[in-house]
Design a protein around this ligand. Structure first.
Ligand SMILES: [Ca+2]
Ligand SMILES: [Ca+2]
Length: 81
């Protein structure tokens, strides 16, 4: 492998991991958004103990639903075991 092809591979790898990170909040909302209103209500969060535990922290305006904006600001990530 030449130096330039290694550099290109590194850039592509960084780009790929960035794109998957950027989609995480949306994927998380989709996964738990049972009524598909684009937000996670406390009832929907019950399905995921980690999300439920962090609900109060993520829901910064305290209206009982987590929006995509609140989720991305919180930096919340599911920890998989
Ligand atoms: Ca919902
Ligand atoms: Ca909220």
């Amino acid at each position: 492998m030449t130096t330039s092809s290694i550099a290109i591979t590194a850039i592509l790898t960084a780009f790929t991991s960035f794109s998957s990170l950027a989609g995480d909040d949306e994927a998380l909302i989709d996964k738990f958004d049972l009524d598909q209103d684009g937000q996670i209500s406390i009832k929907e969060a019950v399905a995921e103990p980690q999300l439920l535990a962090a609900f109060g922290k993520i829901d910064t305006d305290g209206n009982g639903v987590i929006t995509k904006q609140e989720l991305s600001k919180s930096g919340f990530r599911l920890i998989r075991f």
